[in-house]
Design a protein around this ligand. Structure first.
Ligand code: ARG
Length: 463
């Protein structure tokens, strides 16, 4: 026996193979509570339009609330005959309200406007949960930055030593993109806050139902402007998926550094035992699995976005059943980020930095050569010449066996390279002097980083 929502023009129920293909309850059941909330709002507009009496709307809503409680307790759930969450809940409503009353709710709506609305309700709710979890990672980064004080590390480009920077500056460079991800979800919400309910199958409703009333009851800013667009578009879902993917990518960039930094070769950071794993064979191992899973899940979450966009590509208006495939990618993103983010925040909060090791390596690799060139510019040497002179200093260092560092060149050696290289150049040949000199807004000077830390705290607090 088929529980399908059609029958009138069909002489046979769906083939078992079709039912197996078509069924979506194993993933769309998570929308059941939102579906019931939407049904209550729909009952209210049916009543306002004179299509349900006072008694009927009261009994309808009471039956829906009993159904909601049974869904929550697990007493009611989908059966293999239910095609999707909507089919199952209509069966549950009819079981509770009777076929006469229960059969009235479907008037003036379609599963097409229903599902488009429920996905938006669910994603708006999840965007808030995920934003809170991302902000926990931001908090952990900001607190580590505060704890780092004026500790330095070798800043890199191309993964090569470039210029020394404050550890706090580097950590905050991971916090800002995550803050922007949270801002992206907040911006997205303004576009997601339009309700497709009332669009019907595609053309709108003829029964005098008020889409604005449903939208308001469901927490939307208003209804969609176009019923075809409301049922056929999923750009709102894709945009959510992009922010989820971007968040995962931003986490994976930091994850990669944690993996590198925790190696013997770097030795910049130690992971807390509670956020690292051992090996079943190698007793000494302490592995950065949280960071590796972050890196790995980023690939999967980007794949979810790619799959979704590919599903949407080339779909004609309006609703097509392909759109049922929009849900699993974003549900997977939500599920992955909801397990990843708390572990990631814990890992970051419990990192211990070896600041002595980082300070020792910060000036290595001639990372103060730019400071020499810029010191020369302050002595009115053209930068083109200053760059050549600083480069010659590096060459002089490397000519020693073994090579020496810039500050180890003698006054005579410096003067032989260029008469502009007076002993005063040594004031920038220290890491502290170098970072302190980068004191424009956004730079790594301690005074600027202290301001930046407060700015990051304020931005996080405002979200
Ligand atoms: N399960 C469908 C989905 O997720 C709901 C809409 C189905 N509409 C239809 N006409 N078959 O997209």
């Amino acid at each position: 026996s088929s529980a399908a929502l059609w029958g009138g023009r069909f002489s046979a129920g769906p083939a078992a193979a079709l039912a197996d293909l078509s069924r979506s309850t194993h993933f769309d059941w998570r929308l059941a509570d939102h579906d019931i909330t939407g049904s209550v709002a729909h009952a209210h507009v049916l009543h306002a339009a004179g299509l349900l009496s006072d008694d009927e709307v009261r009994d309808m809503v009471a039956a829906l609330e009993r159904l909601r409680a049974d869904v929550a307790s697990g007493a009611f759930g989908p059966t293999p005959d239910d095609e999707d969450v909507h089919t199952a809940l209509e069966r549950g409503l009819v079981e509770r309200a009777g076929a006469e009353l229960g059969g009235r709710l479907r008037a003036g709506r379609s599963r097409n406007d229903q599902i488009a609305t429920l996905v938006r309700m669910y994603l708006r709710e999840q965007s808030r949960v995920l934003s809170g979890l991302v902000l926990d990672v931001v908090d952990a980064l900001v607190e580590q930055a505060a704890r780092a004080g004026e500790a330095v590390l070798p800043g890199r480009t191309h993964l090569q030593h470039a210029q020394p920077v404050l550890l706090a500056h580097h950590l905050l460079a991971h916090a800002w993109p995550l803050l922007r991800d949270v801002e992206r979800w907040a911006d997205w919400d303004a576009r997601a806050a339009r309700s497709p309910y009332g669009s019907g199958a595609l053309a709108g409703s003829s029964l005098g139902l008020d889409p604005a009333a449903v939208a308001a009851e469901l927490g939307f800013a208003g209804p969609v402007e176009n019923s075809i667009d409301g049922t056929a578009s999923r750009d709102v879902v894709a945009e959510f998926a992009f922010v989820a993917a971007m968040t995962a990518v931003d986490l994976s960039r930091l994850a990669e550094e944690v993996v590198l930094w925790s190696t013997v070769e770097f030795g910049f950071v130690r992971l807390h035992d509670a956020y690292s794993t051992g090996s079943s064979i190698m007793p000494q191992k302490k592995n950065p699995d949280v960071a590796e899973l972050a890196r790995g899940k980023a690939g999967r979450v980007v794949g979810d976005l790619t799959g979704l966009l590919t599903t949407l590509k080339g779909l004609p208006l309006a609703y097509n059943r392909d759109l049922q495939e929009d849900k699993e990618p974003v549900f997977d993103q939500v599920d992955q980020l909801r397990v990843l983010l708390p572990a990631f925040a814990g890992m970051v909060a419990t990192l211990t930095f070896d600041t002595a090791r980082m300070a020792e390596l910060a000036p290595r690799g001639f990372s103060l050569a730019t400071d020499v060139a810029e010191w020369l510019v302050r002595q009115h040497v053209p930068f083109r010449e200053a760059h050549e002179v600083a480069g010659a200093c590096v060459r002089a260092c490397e000519a020693h066996t073994p090579p020496v560092e810039l500050h180890e060149l003698t006054d005579d050696e410096l003067a032989a390279i260029s008469p502009h290289l007076r002993p005063e150049v040594r004031e920038v040949l220290t890491v502290a002097g170098s970072v302190a000199s980068r004191d424009a807004v956004g730079g790594t000077a301690p005074v600027r980083v202290a301001e930046q830390l407060e700015a990051a705290r304020a931005r996080a607090a405002a979200l």
